[in-house]
Design a protein around this ligand. Structure first.
Ligand code: ATP
Ligand code: MG
Length: 282
């Protein structure tokens, strides 16, 4: 059975999509079959993967509302060796349409159950809200949630609201719901603020926080506009040397804590080659 993780935080711009794409690319690079589910009507993950618009015949909306099998709409990015269930403009109406549908919180879980076996990892990228779309993402997160927290003022604001929602989901719908890990993003070690947030989040979440943090770097912000994960985009040797160790350790840690990944698969994993680079991650 493939693993399903949902990347969630109702706060906007904290790095959910960036985490989903780069973690997905990392896993795909090491031979894992990865499906990215774009649950956000903004469709950022879909655009970042440079999916040709004419090839999109539907996506998450059809799977959620129409109960059509997601396989009808899953597209593959051969360059990144990653698949995506895209978001389409129709998804913007799904929050309202879901209200009257039976088992409205479990629609995505049901839809993904039909395809998750075909993938080693399914990563669900949530919108910045706590509405029904996000609730569907949370209930579908069979193997846990990943919560990116931006190292900025007000970072913790809203987290308690998210935790309350998780508690409600646990008590009513999904008692086994886990937080797989909190990821500190856009960390700038030169500022007191980043260090304060780091201390506070670690104090609050204890062992649930990844030790590695994602640094703030303009390259990570630029990469999506070229449809590339950071490992492909960062072209200069110095940038690679300075930056990739951070990211590599971060993604490695995320992958490493995914139960059984190392034991089950490490021996069989052979990275494929990105054009023009030998092994960007290690
Ligand atoms: P939304 O809630 O709108 O879906 P999000 O949580 O998915 O946002 P992203 O889209 O991943 O957040 O990131 C928000 C912005 O910050 C983007 O422009 C992205 O390129 C940039 N960004 C993300 N991570 C970093 C980083 N580590 N360093 C610099 N910029 C970053
Ligand atoms: Mg996003």
């Amino acid at each position: 059975m493939g693993r399903i993780y949902t990347i969630v935080n109702q706060k906007g711009g904290v790095g959910k999509t960036t985490t989903a794409i780069n973690l997905g690319a990392y896993l795909a690079y090491y031979g894992q079959r990865v499906l990215l589910v774009d649950l956000d009507p903004q469709a950022n993950a879909t655009s970042c993967l440079r999916i040709e618009k004419s090839t999109v015949r539907g996506g998450v909306y059809e799977a959620l509302i129409g109960s059509f099998p997601p396989t009808n709409y899953i597209l593959h990015n051969p360059r990144l060796k990653m698949s995506i269930l895209p978001a389409t403009p129709a998804l913007a109406g799904a929050e309202v349409e879901l209200v009257t549908i039976i088992s409205r919180e479990s629609r995505l879980k049901k839809a993904l159950a039909t395809v998750s076996d075909r993938y080693d990892y399914t990563l669900v990228d949530c919108p910045p809200s706590l509405g029904l779309l996000t609730l569907n993402g949370i209930v579908a997160a069979k193997d846990g949630l990943m919560i990116p927290v931006q190292c900025e003022y007000l970072a913790l604001e809203g987290l308690s609201q998210l935790l309350n929602t998780l508690e409600r989901v646990r008590s009513s719908l999904f008692p086994e719901l886990k937080v797989r890990g909190v990821i500190l993003t856009m960390f700038d070690g030169r500022t007191n603020l980043s260090n304060d947030v780091l201390t506070e989040v670690r104090h609050y979440f204890q062992d649930d926080v990844f030790q590695s943090v994602v640094p703030r770097t303009v390259r990570l912000a630029e990469a999506p506009s070229y449809g590339q994960p950071i490992s492909v985009y960062a072209p200069l040797p110095t940038v690679r040397r300075l930056m990739l160790p951070w990211h590599a350790s971060c993604w490695k840690e995320m992958v490493g804590i995914f139960r059984g990944w190392k034991n089950e698969n490490a021996a069989s994993i052979r990275p494929w080659s990105w054009p023009g680079c030998l092994d960007p991650w290690w």
